[in-house]
Design a protein around this ligand. Structure first.
Ligand code: PMP
Length: 307
């Protein structure tokens, strides 16, 4: 089956959506993007895009920081995203990638006086990290880039060099994922996930000011933990050794969903398996995203017309 992309204002075959080698974002990493998951609900024969609006709200904030303009308002961007995803006729879990970028073809690093462009593509997508056994992490030798270097709260393409360095170091050293510290040495986030720890039945997560990307999944987990599990989340800086001594450590992200961590730097976390808070949060999250929990249905945008 053919796959399509939204490119230069129209839906085109994916293979025709091409940028030139002088493209500014390709050369300088000046784009901003989102990663949205689509969840297939086989019983309803429906595909749900999870928290689409919130992803576009973040894209808009990223654009402000990078002095870019999106071509449409958020409702219209959501409609276009549903259109292109429907066109690709996914009947499986998938990933949707909106990307706003600097389209000019010229030599010169800057943000101003460049053309802004926007594209969306979609692809089938399974699990990003092993969901069941609890993953093995290391504290990265790379540090998270500082807000005054490249603002981490903006999802900037060039910023992902920092993620790629830490992810590959971790994987080539035999771990599943990296946890990255801030310049001052407190916990920031995973290479593509936010970090929560559980201590004495409470969730703790670093604040936005610790150079994290403020995750849509992070917000979801904070709300669902409070409303469904009666667990409050404290936002405060977390020291490296607190990771080792925590009862549980959990990574969250659109790709990573809710992933329990069983080991960090060869130290078992808690009992070394999947903790009870992680297990419950993961189970609840995975039913919410498929549209199975009525009160959170508004977070799930259906792609196909209701039969
Ligand atoms: N931090 C980074 C660096 C990420 O790339 C991601 C994934 N987008 C996250 C955190 C988690 O964000 P979200 O829950 O919005 O996917």
């Amino acid at each position: 089956m053919s796959t399509y992309a939204y490119f230069n204002g129209e839906i085109v075959p994916l293979g025709d959506a091409k940028i030139g080698i002088m493209n500014h974002t390709f050369n300088y990493g000046t784009g901003v993007f989102e990663g949205v998951r689509g969840y297939w609900n086989g019983k309803e024969e429906q595909l749900y895009l999870f928290r689409l609006k919130e992803h576009y709200e973040r894209l808009q904030r990223s654009c402000r920081i990078m002095t870019m303009a999106l071509p449409f308002d958020i409702p219209k961007l959501c409609d276009i995203t549903v259109d292109i995803t429907r066109r690709n006729a996914h009947r499986e879990d998938c990933y949707v990638r909106p990307l706003a970028y600097k389209d000019s073809e010229l030599i010169g690093v800057r943000l101003h006086q460049l053309n802004d462009a926007f594209l969306i593509y979609t692809a089938p997508f399974g699990k990003y990290l092993p969901p069941d056994r609890g993953i093995r992490c290391c504290v990265s030798s790379w540090r998270r880039i500082d807000d005054n270097a490249i603002p981490g709260r903006a999802k900037v393409t060039g910023l992902y060099v920092n993620s790629a360095l830490s992810k590959s170091e971790a994987m080539l050293d035999g771990y599943d994922e990296a946890i990255v510290l801030t310049q001052s040495g407190t916990v920031s986030e995973g290479s593509a996930e936010n970090v929560f720890i559980v201590v004495d039945g409470k969730l703790i997560t670093p604040p936005a000011s610790d150079n994290i990307l403020v995750g849509v999944t992070r917000n979801t987990v904070i709300q669902v933990a409070r409303e469904q599990l009666g667990i409050e989340t404290i936002e405060r800086s977390i020291g490296r050794a607190e990771l080792y001594s925590a009862d549980e450590v959990i990574l969250t992200g659109s790709a990573a969903e809710v992933t329990p961590v069983s080991e960090i730097d060869r130290r078992p976390i808690g009992s070394g398996g999947v903790g009870p808070v992680a297990a419950k949060l993961q189970e609840t999250y995975l039913s919410i995203v498929r549209g199975e929990v009525e009160i959170y249905r508004e977070w799930c945008t259906p792609v196909y017309p209701k039969s």
